[in-house]
Structures are given as C-alpha cells and as structure tokens.
Design a protein around this ligand. Structure first.
Ligand code: AMP
Ligand code: ZN
Length: 464
C-alpha cells in the first residue's frame, strides 16, 4: 500500500517515496525542557507517533529511525536555573524525564533517538563552521549570523519573499546584521549563563541551528520526513532548510528534508491556549483526571492538519467511545486471537495523509463485526482484526477488565466483587428484595453493574 502525505513545501498531497526503504528517517522538533508540556504540545507527539507506527508497519520495525530532539539550551531554561539557584542540568533532566513519562501515558513510543543540544555541541559548531566557510554566514561582534541573501530559496517553505519580509520587519535591527532577516547561529552568553567554546568566541548556539546540526550528525542528510506544529514553519523550519542545504554546499530544498508535515493547532474551548488567558492545560495534570488513552484518542479524532478544539464534551464523548470499544473486547475476552495483517480499510485511511478520523470510523466498524460474529471462528478473526488495527493507532492495548476497573483501589474492587457474588446468590434464591438492596449498595459505592448472559461486570461511574 502506498503512503501519500501532504507536503508543506510542495503544498500538495504526494506519494511518499523514501530515499532508502531500509532506512526511513523521521525528525520531529521536540520539547524545550524547562516546564511541563501542555496538551497542544502533545498533539504533534501523538500524531507523529501514529506516523512512526505506520512507517514501521510499511517498511519494517528495524527500518525506521525516528529522532525527536530535546532542547536543553534556551533562555527560559537559563532563567529557571538562575531563579532556582541550580545547574541547568537539574532543570532539563527533571523535565525531560517528566515529558517522557507523560508522553508514554499517552501511548507514545519512545523515538529511536532523542538527541540533546548539550550533547551535540561539536556538531553544531562544525555546521556553523561549514556555513561560514561556504560564505553563507558571517561573524560580527561575537555573533555568527546566517546571510539570508546567500540562499536563493529562502522563504519557499513559508511562501514569503525576502523583500516582503524585509519590508515587514518592524523590530529594531541589531547593528551588526547585514540584512534584517539574517538570523543568529551563535551568540555570546550573558553573565551567569552556560557557555561553550567556539572559533568565534565563547557563547551558545541559536535555536534553529540545533535541529539542522543534530539531523546532520544523527540521521544524515537529507532526511525523509520532517515534522512539527505549523507555528514552526516560519522562521524555525525555514531557517533549518537554509542551514541544512547551505552547510552541504548544495542548493536544493530537498537536500535537507524530502517531505515536510505540520500539524494544526489545538485550541481550548475556542480560544488559543496561552498563559495570559489562564487556559493552559498541562498533560501532567490532565492524566491525573483522564486516562491517557482518552487523551490520545481525542487528539486523533480530528485530522492532524486541521484545528482541534479541546472541550469537556470532547473528553466525555471520547471516554464513551473507548468504553464502547473496550466493552466489545470484554465480551470476547476469552476468545483467542492470532496474527493477522492490519485490515486494509484502516491502512488505506492512514496511508491517505494520516486520516485518523476515517481510521477511527473503520475501527468502530471492526468492533461491530466482533459484536455480530456468529461463530467462534468468525469472532476470533474479528477480534484479531480489531486489535491489529487498533495497534497501528496505539489504542486498545490494555486488558478490557482493567480498563473498566482502572481508578478503583483494591479494597473497593474486593468489596464490589463480593457484593456482586452476593447479588447473584440472592437472585438464584429468587430473593428479589435482597438482590435490589445489594444493587443499591453497589450503586452507592459509585459503581455501575452491567449484567450479561455470561455474568455481571462493573465499572466506576462517570469514569473508566
Ligand atoms: P514548543 O515547546 O512551543 O516549541 O512546542 C513543541 C511542539 O508543540 C511544536 O511542534 C509546536 O509546534 C507544538 N505546539 C505548540 N503549541 C501547540 C498547540 N496549541 N497545538 C498544536 N501544536 C502545538
Ligand atoms: Zn527544530
């Protein structure tokens, strides 16, 4: 099956052809680790996790190399370190660990590589050196700047002309810049900030150079797919292309990344998520209230390129949707499964520019097939298909019983199980008032009981 993706640079949906099908490379810009990630930051993580899973399915697990960087040099990190009187490592290690744990709760696989800026300083200095050597960058007053006039395609990704950008530049231009659009590759550190040696004086790298240098050093150029949120198109990705292409003394955009994918933005109840509006939802907090899988499915409920509005309704509808799917799986929990290929309808949806809403609709159809299967063989086949399809989406990976009882402590579980047994005994003895009384007692524990021909199961009310 052929994968088609919408390429931001070509502005159309095109067939994906990797440079080398036995080493498919994907890079996504990762977090700046000075604080907790918000739910908007989790959107690219979950979207590109599905792409990673799909590529592994298409080309083989060992053939896909996915890198997501960790930005551990940044003004906000320096500020937090100074405020707390600690080394930057204390901040960055803490938040990198929290980030990885939180994203794992959303079912995201660890990328193959997680390069950090502080571990790649040699590669960064080397790439800046290549740019200076090739006449694409110049040193001035302790800074090194990229000369945008030296790259003819500057502005192609974001579809802006250099002349318009210059005309629109309102910010005060630093006197050492030849052109207002020239951007920083290296700059002096302020007193008290971490500092690294370079041929242009001690200092630290600019933000954009870290990605192009880490890509060159860790994946090799050009890569197949570069991703991130659409806010990164300009200036970050525009600058990455300029650096990555020119450092190799090449001229063509495709010499950096062959395809570009950008996810749309997540809003919160119609508004931009921002600290000033006080509506920033942190993944770390949300996962204490909502199962990670609900968050994951909600993030996949809209097509990745479009906007996604995060609301209470979205969460409750997604919860019910997962209750339905796990409810189906619980009915067939004793049915054996076998290895099957992922059903074509789901693969087709995902291969059509990662159409997750369509893939999720197909998942519901596969669940329906489990419900209506008339023989053990058909049920086993249908269950296998459902689980295989859900696997590419990173869904339905937990035990169905555990899904429904998650959040209940051991004491509550034991109490509910014993009440259910008592109720079964009361009903067997046709003692209806006693059976009713027990049902009310269970109800008062905040638990719903679902009767079925094979016995009774339960879940926490309003939750899972
Ligand atoms: P940042 O830490 O701001 O560089 O963001 C990390 C990643 O999250 C980048 O790929 C951003 O494009 C993405 N991102 C940030 N805010 C949102 C949002 N509200 N919706 C979707 N993606 C976002
Ligand atoms: Zn980047």
């Amino acid at each position: 099956m052929k994968l088609h993706i919408h390429d931001t640079l070509k502005r159309e949906k095109i067939e994906f052809v990797p440079r080398n099908p036995s080493r498919v490379t994907l890079y996504v810009c990762g977090p700046t680790v000075y604080s907790y990630a918000h739910i908007g930051n989790a959107r690219p993580v979950v979207v590109f996790d599905v792409l990673f899973r799909l590529l592994r399915r298409l080309y083989g697990e060992a053939s896909v190399v996915y890198a997501r960087n960790i930005t551990d040099v940044d003004d906000k990190i320096n500020k937090a370190a100074i405020e707390q009187g600690v080394d930057i490592d204390v901040i960055t290690n803490k938040f990198a660990d929290i980030y990885n744990q939180d994203m794992a709760t959303l079912g995201a696989l660890r990328p193959t590589l997680e390069p950090r800026v502080t571990h790649n300083m040699d590669a960064i200095v080397r790439q800046i050196g290549d740019l200076v050597g090739g006449g694409h960058a110049y040193a001035a007053e302790g800074h090194v700047l990229f000369d945008v006039e030296s790259f003819k395609d500057y502005g192609r990704l974001s579809n802006r002309s250099l002349d318009d950008m210059i005309a629109g530049a309102r910010v005060e231009v630093a006197p050492y810049k030849k052109n207002p659009q020239d951007f920083v590759l290296w700059k002096p550190s302020k007193p008290g900030e971490p500092v690294w040696e370079s041929p242009w004086g001690p200092g630290r790298p600019g933000w954009h150079i870290e990605c192009s240098a880490m890509i060159e050093a860790n994946l090799g150029l050009p890569i197949d797919i570069h991703g991130g949120g659409h806010d990164l198109i300009f200036p970050h990705h525009e600058n990455e292309i300029a650096q990555g292409v020119c450092a190799q003394h090449r001229h063509d955009d495709a010499d950096y990344s062959r395809y570009w994918m950008h996810n749309g933005f997540l809003t919160f109840e119609g508004d931009k998520m921002s600290k000033s509006l006080g509506n920033v939802k942190l993944v770390h907090d949300l996962i204490k209230e909502v199962p990670g899988e609900v968050i994951r499915l909600a993030l996949l409920s809209a097509h990745y390129r479009g906007p996604l509005d995060w609301t209470g309704d979205l969460i409750s509808q997604t919860r019910s949707r997962l209750d339905g799917l796990y409810g189906t799986l619980r009915k067939v929990k004793d049915v054996a499964i076998h290895d099957v290929v992922v059903p074509a309808a789901v693969m087709e949806a995902l291969c059509d520019d990662l159409n997750t809403p369509r893939a999720l609709a197909e998942l519901s159809a596969l669940a329906k097939a489990v419900e209506v299967a008339e023989s053990d063989t058909a049920r086993s086949m249908a269950k296998s298909n459902l689980l295989a399809a859900a696997g590419v989406l990173g869904l339905l990976q937990q035990d169905a019983d555990a899904w429904f009882t998650a959040g209940a402590d051991e004491d509550l579980s034991a109490r509910v199980e014993s009440l259910i047994a008592e109720r079964i005994a009361a009903r067997a003895a046709k003692n209806w008032p006693e059976a009713d009384r027990i049902r009310k007692e269970i109800d008062a524990l905040g638990v719903d009981v679902m009767d079925s021909p094979t016995g009774a199961t339960w879940k926490l009310k309003g939750g899972v």
